[in-house]
Write a protein that binds this ligand. Structure first.
Ligand code: ADE
Ligand code: ZN
Length: 335
């Protein structure tokens, strides 16, 4: 049995495996600029975040119907459950779909169908986090929030993703204020490619409860001390950082130093279909490459439940943390 864990940084569109992409393309009559799954996979060599985003948004053309979104999410949940995920907080990018003429209702209803069945089918509790695309205008994010109003009972939080540099968190101050007024919780990507100052801005201007990535906080010792003192969770994605060249090699990832600095770190898969592994694979990889011992892996798994939006089900949080604490690594492997 794998180590129980929560996944808190996962773009559902980033779980689109080449096989499903081609199946949906055939079903929906969408022509893809790749001959087959091998040619598509060969294109997964990225120079930076933007080069990934270009391919990621392009491949979304195959996602058209409620069934497509339900299938995508169910496939992710099955894979995640097999790797020990017991709770998943799932990002989606409504603007990437509405811009192609797919209504937000199609996206949310499709995802919700899979998520509603997830606890019984896969033993995974779920939350949905609606992300705004930071490289598009703030006014469009506000329109997206408005369009999401009929579905807010399905959405736990708002997030901020896409191309980071040049699009600081402060651009979305009003949108986040409006989201909070609607009872939504707040997270944001910051410090992935953008500077440490964006991490501070996400906290001070947007009032986020967790920082997605937050990697570059390490360039500002005072910020690190603050994040540690305030117990701000960071949702790190080590395999993503290597594939998008934020870090040269996994062996050079600062995760151990971040944990030593007292940061509340979690590890996650980001876009697992593109970056070489799901979250269990990520735990294995950091164990191998960074020499994190079982107690360090246990700390990461415990942190994932501590940082989860499970405030409405503290009993489940406590039960899952107890499972992590009782987990016997000797009976399994690195988790
Ligand atoms: N959208 C999907 N994956 C992302 C990432 N790693 N950073 C920013 N936006 C994203
Ligand atoms: Zn991300």
């Amino acid at each position: 049995m794998p180590l129980p864990k929560a996944e808190l940084h996962l773009h559902i569109e980033g779980t689109l495996e080449p096989e499903l992409a081609f199946a949906l393309a055939a079903r929906n009559g969408v022509a893809l600029p790749y001959r087959d799954t091998e040619e598509l996979r060969r294109a997964y060599l990225f120079d930076d975040l933007q080069s990934f985003l270009d391919l990621y948004y392009g491949l979304m053309a195959v996602l058209r119907t409620e069934d497509d979104f339900a299938e995508l999410a169910d496939a992710y949940l099955a894979r995640a459950a097999a790797q020990g995920v017991r709770h998943a907080e799932i990002f989606f990018d409504p603007q990437a779909h509405t811009a192609r003429g797919v209504p937000i209702g199609t996206v949310v209803e499709g995802l919700a169908r899979a998520l509603d069945a997830a606890e019984e089918r896969h033993g995974v509790s779920t939350r949905l986090i609606m992300c705004f695309l930071r490289d598009r205008p703030a006014a469009e994010a506000m329109e997206t929030l408005e369009a999401a109003r009929p579905y807010l009972d399905r959405i736990t939080a708002v997030g901020l993703d896409s191309a980071e540099v040049g699009h600081p968190p402060s651009k979305f101050r009003e949108v986040y204020e409006a989201a909070a007024a609607l009872g939504l919780r707040k997270v944001a990507h910051a410090g992935e490619e953008g500077p440490a100052a964006y991490v501070a801005e996400a906290l001070d201007v947007l009032g986020v409860e967790r920082v997605d990535h937050g990697l570059r906080c390490m360039e500002d010792a005072e910020l690190v001390a603050r994040l540690a003192r305030e117990r701000v969770p960071l949702t790190l994605c080590p395999l993503s950082n290597v594939r998008l060249r934020a870090i040269d090699t996994l062996e050079a990832h600062p995760l151990p130093r971040m944990m030593d600095a007292g940061l509340l770190c979690t590890v996650n898969s980001d876009d697992p279909a593109y970056f070489g592994g799901y979250v269990g694979d990520t735990f294995h990889a950091v164990h191998e490459a960074l020499g994190l011992d079982p107690e360090r892996l246990r700390e990461l798994a415990r942190n994932s439940f501590v940082a989860a939006f499970l405030d409405d089900d503290e009993e489940r949080r406590a039960r899952l943390i107890a499972e992590v604490d009782a987990y016997d690594f000797a009976a399994d492997d690195a988790g």
